[in-house]
Design a protein around this ligand. Structure first.
Ligand code: CU
Length: 682
């Protein structure tokens, strides 16, 4: 079906080009009504099957029998995807079904199809179907689709999504390919998720609940959906430095889980390392996507530099680098020129700043046509510790090309925020400081919090967007169930008075909670607001109480967080170290040509400032794209003029009788009752 649509569209473009080129003959519009946009339709038959992405066989979620199915659509077309949830009812999920988020799409005017479970829709329950249908008014480029009701993405419900330009491609290259990066766990996502809800605080644990248990590092990194668990074949070479990679006992495996045996092409003939084949002399556009759940990756093509030309679909000034640091949820389009001698070169994806013993790396081969296909590269295999991570200087060089900053030179087909004449950033009208912490809740659960609020669950068993659309004052009145952010009048004074003060206020004017709570963090915005958000990293590994200085213990460790925002692209103004101080740090903001993205990293011991235009009525989530952090509450919502949202589509999925997202405590007996042994199957 989609191929026919593509053919028809291509034919139309050719005809249009012929017409516009024959300048001598005047073009007279036909008398009929103009054609509407073409529709690109996909059916997604969602099932569970056996897969072995890294040679270890496990249950995976498939779409039409495919793992990580790729889809494409032309800018301006209607994208229509009918999702048939044919997962067995015994398949354990942390939600009551599945949904799809179109990662990186702004969804302006399509607020009901953004796919966050319980926010804009209830999940698509087992045995039912739902059709996503919206016009793709998005920048041509590289995106991906993934489940967003629970953790179904981690089990494989994710794939590349490419938006083609309606006209000629702006970039010049000979061929293109997708490099779909992920990390792979041998245990089901839900079995990994259950223990995150159990009490971290030993005093709150019982024999029945057991204790909190971290998911630990993935078992492998996959390149284009396959990898090589253990990669013992590399031992056959002369480089003994990689020997520890085969010793999985060095991997941190939580108590009670298996230390699976490593695999090799000898013991598993089906094992395959990713080979990317290129022809000497050609230039390749490589669409890199990090769809993993934990691993921040540095991707290197040995002996080759690559040139970044787009970040999160929007063009960038060309930046030539030896390796690309790509965080969860991010995409980079790079150009690679095959200008080295014909041969085999390592294609490696190592974890950036790997600190956990046993973090795996993904290794593939960049193979020139004509090279010996049975040989591995003879160079030493790249080791994580030998790959230098990007500095703030590198990531700050990702900027907008100047033709995108001026209405007179703006390339055709550029998607702009509402009311903008170019991608030059407007001045901010509001500022929000978000403090990231990892508190313990009074019930002993360990959570991630934004301004001391760990967000999960829903107020009622209905889409939040529908509740707010009908009654925008609902959250404000329901102060016991939600926390409503307000903008401080004087952020600078707050900052100078106390680095740790939370400039976020509740509806009644009282400050945000001094002690951590499990609630919902909302910030109400008015359409047209231009909002600066400064996300401040604070110490993780809290061991009790809140994050105020002197309270609690063990506050030294910090983790990087890959944040992503729905419903918008935004300008990434600055990255900084230490505590953000408005008086000194806001002068470092790049307000001339900042990158226009939908993801940003909050580095360890640092802060990141973004600016977005609230041009899209609806409820939009800002969250960490580490799936495990998202589950543990690391998210908040921007509700932009919800009264302006459209009425929901009549066929929106019915809400289940009970809404179960992130319900607890996931004790073994609860899991046994709900799903039987499959809840813990590996
Ligand atoms: Cu995080």
């Amino acid at each position: 079906m989609e191929n026919i649509q593509r053919l028809a569209w291509t034919f139309l473009i050719i005809v249009m080009q012929c017409i516009t080129r024959s300048a001598a003959a005047p073009f007279v519009a036909p008398a009929q009504a103009p054609l509407g946009p073409a529709t690109t339709h996909y059916d997604f038959d969602v099932t569970v099957g056996k897969g072995a992405p890294d040679c270890f066989e496990k249950d995976v979620i498939l779409v039409n029998g495919e793992y990580h199915k790729q889809i494409e659509v032309v800018q301006g077309n209607i994208l229509e995807v009918t999702v048939y949830n044919n997962l067995p009812s015994t398949w354990p999920l942390v939600s009551e079904g599945i949904s799809i988020h179109w990662h990186g799409f702004s969804m302006n005017g399509a607020e009901w199809y953004d796919g966050v479970g319980y926010l804009a829709q209830c999940p698509i329950q087992a045995g039912t179907n739902f059709t996503y249908r919206f016009q793709v008014n998005e920048q041509p480029g590289t995106y991906f689709w993934h489940g967003h009701a629970g953790n179904e993405k981690v089990d494989g419900f994710v794939g590349p999504l490419i938006v083609r330009p309606a006209g000629p491609e702006a970039l010049t290259y000979d061929e293109e390919m997708v490099l779909f990066l992920s990390d792979n766990y041998h245990t089901s996502a839900t079995a990994l998720t259950f223990p995150l809800n159990r009490p971290f605080d030993a005093k709150k644990q019982t024999n029945e609940t057991g204790g909190w248990d971290w998911v630990a590092v993935p078992q492998s990194i996959t390149l284009n959906s396959h990898g090589f668990y253990g990669d013992c074949d590399l031992l056959a070479g002369t480089n003994t430095a990689i020997a520890p990679k085969c010793n999985v006992t060095t991997q941190w495996v939580p108590p009670g889980r298996s230390k699976f045996l490593p695999y090799s092409a000898v013991t598993n003939p089906g094992c395959k390392r990713e080979n990317v084949t290129v022809e000497a002399g050609k230039t390749y556009r490589i669409r890199m996507i990090n769809a993993g759940s934990l691993a921040y990756l540095s991707v290197c093509f040995a002996d080759h530099n690559v040139t970044i030309v787009a970040a999160d679909a929007y063009p960038t000034n060309p930046l030539t680098v030896p390796c690309v640091d790509i965080n969860l949820g991010q995409r980079y389009d790079v150009l690679l020129k095959a200008d080295r001698p014909v041969g085999n070169y390592w294609l490696s994806a190592v974890v950036v700043n790997a600190t956990r013993t046993g973090s795996p790396a993904g290794y593939g081969v960049l193979r020139y046509a004509g090279a010996n296909a049975s040989m591995l590269p003879t160079d030493p295999i790249p080791q994580p510790e030998s790959v230098a991570p990007w500095t703030f200087g590198t990531v700050s060089k990702i900027t907008l090309p100047k033709e995108y900053l001026d209405p007179k030179t703006l390339p055709k087909g550029t998607i702009l925020p509402f009311g903008q004449a170019s991608l030059a950033p407007p001045n901010a009208t509001k500022t929000l400081l978000v403090n990231l912490t990892q508190p313990l809740l009074p019930n002993g659960q360990l959570r991630w919090a934004l301004n001391n609020v760990a967000t999960f669950g829903t107020p009622t068993c209905a889409p939040t967007l529908d509740l707010l659309r009908r009654d925008p004052g609902l959250m404000a009145r329901d102060a016991n169930d939600t926390r409503l952010g307000k903008i401080p009048q004087d952020l600078a004074a707050k900052q100078m008075g106390n680095d740790f003060e939370v400039p976020m206020y509740l509806e009644d004017g009282s400050p945000a909670p001094a002690m951590p709570v499990a609630e919902k963090d909302f910030m109400l915005l008015i359409k047209g607001d231009v909002v600066d958000v400064i996300v401040q990293n604070l110490a993780a590994n809290a061991n009790g109480g809140d994050y105020r200085p002197g309270v609690g213990a063990n506050r030294t460790a910090q983790e990087q967080h890959p944040f992503h925002m729905h419903g918008h692209h935004f300008w990434v103004l600055a990255y900084g170290l230490g505590h953000f101080d408005e008086a000194t740090n806001s002068s470092s903001f790049n307000t001339v040509n900042p990158a226009f993205r939908d993801s940003f990293t909050i580095f360890k011991n640092g802060w990141t400032a973004i600016r977005f235009k609230a041009d899209n009525p609806g409820v939009w989530i800002l969250h960490c794209h580490t799936d495990w952090h998202l589950f543990m509450g690391q998210k908040m919502y921007f509700a932009t003029s919800p009264e302006l949202a459209q009425a929901p589509p009549a066929d929106l999925p019915k809400c289940p009788a009970t809404c179960m997202y992130n319900f607890g405590p996931f004790t073994p007996s609860f899991v046994q009752t709900r799903w039987g042994n499959t809840g813990y199957s590996t």
